[in-house]
Ligand binder design. Structure first.
Ligand code: ATP
Ligand code: ATP
Ligand code: MG
Ligand code: MG
Ligand code: MG
Ligand code: MG
Ligand code: MG
Length: 269
């Protein structure tokens, strides 16, 4: 209550640490699913990529962007999502713990709330959790390199997992045998195994799996049908209403290189 008198206990507030994020830096919050190796198994995720799980993650990230302030771009892959707050954000006076806990709790509650929309016949068996961290990037270049790093991680893991699971699912290898087969192989070797043994051209795999998901704000026309209010003789008729709104839109594009940033110069303003 704002009008409450100060008590003699008030001094304990001074024990709180100052965790203000340095001015003018990009604030990145990255979440990662807790023990999702097990979570994926228990909930029968398709291997190597369960598209329902990826789409649920993106729905949660869109909810975070809509509900919280000042997020200009997000990037997700596997069980992780990164959120970038605009440089000059003064949301909650830039307190790192506020950024991190609000992102993590909004994301986790959304994961449970929207679960059924994506996993229709797979019940949620226990409450999932997400860890969070805050990292500051002092320049546009370091922020771009951060996002490139996450996308490179997505590429490396997905190429490995695609061959690994093809060896198991299509060639009948055990996980240990598949791991042995891949030990010491380079990118070119993995592409070659995929092509010669499984007729898979890695570049034709779905972009959502290869590139992850980028969320950017875009204007979209939204059409809604409303019950016409007046005049009385038109009662029951519907009229359509078109409104232009800013929404976080998923892209599965390249973040490594300049093309993306040239197409979206407003993000780093
Ligand atoms: P902020 O986001 O800054 O925390 P807030 O609206 O949550 O804003 P708080 O100071 O945390 O502000 O106050 C929580 C408010 O939630 C209370 O003032 C009260 O109105 C309401 N509230 C919380 N728990 C209960 C409860 N069990 N019964 C009735 N009201 C509650
Ligand atoms: P930690 O708590 O340390 O993060 P973890 O088990 O979550 O442990 P990660 O390195 O985060 O380890 O790996 C996440 C794991 O979740 C992946 O290795 C994969 O097994 C599984 N996973 C996440 N998303 C998917 C998906 N969409 N499809 C299939 N498997 C997935
Ligand atoms: Mg409150
Ligand atoms: Mg309170
Ligand atoms: Mg981990
Ligand atoms: Mg994890
Ligand atoms: Mg992870």
């Amino acid at each position: 209550g704002a009008t409450m008198a100060k008590s003699k206990f008030e001094y304990v507030r001074d024990f709180e640490a100052d965790d203000t994020c340095l001015q003018h830096c990009w604030v990145v919050v990255r979440l990662d699913g807790r023990n999702f190796h097990r979570f994926a198994e228990k909930h029968s995720f398709a291997k190597p990529n369960d598209s329902r799980a990826l789409q649920l993650m993106t729905k949660c990230a869109q909810t975070v962007m809509e509900e919280l302030e000042d997020i200009v771009i997000a990037y997700g892959q596997s069980d992780e999502y990164s959120f970038v707050f605009r440089r000059k954000s003064n949301w909650f006076k830039r307190r790192a713990s506020k950024f991190m806990t609000l992102v993590a709790s909004q994301f986790a509650s959304s994961y449970v709330f929207y679960w059924r929309d994506y996993f229709e016949d797979q019940p949620l068996l226990y409450p999932p959790g997400f860890d969070g961290r805050v990292v500051l990037y002092p320049s546009n270049q370091t922020l771009k390199d951060y996002l490139s790093w996450r996308q490179a991680d997505c590429h490396i893991n997905n190429l490995y997992n695609t061959v690994f699971w093809a060896l198991i699912q299509q060639s009948g290898l055990t996980p240990v045998q598949a791991q042995e087969r891949l030990k010491g192989t380079l990118t070119a070797d993995k592409n070659e195994i995929l092509f010669s043994q499984f007729q898979i051209n890695y570049n034709n795999e779905p972009p959502m799996y290869r590139k992850g998901t980028v969320l950017v704000w875009q204007k979209v026309d939204e059409v809604s049908t409303q019950e016409a209010r007046l005049p009385a003789e038109m009662e029951g008729e519907k009229k359509t209403l078109t409104r232009t709104r800013n929404r976080p839109i998923p892209l599965h594009c390249d973040l490594i290189g300049d093309a993306f940033w040239k197409e979206h110069p407003d993000i780093l303003m």
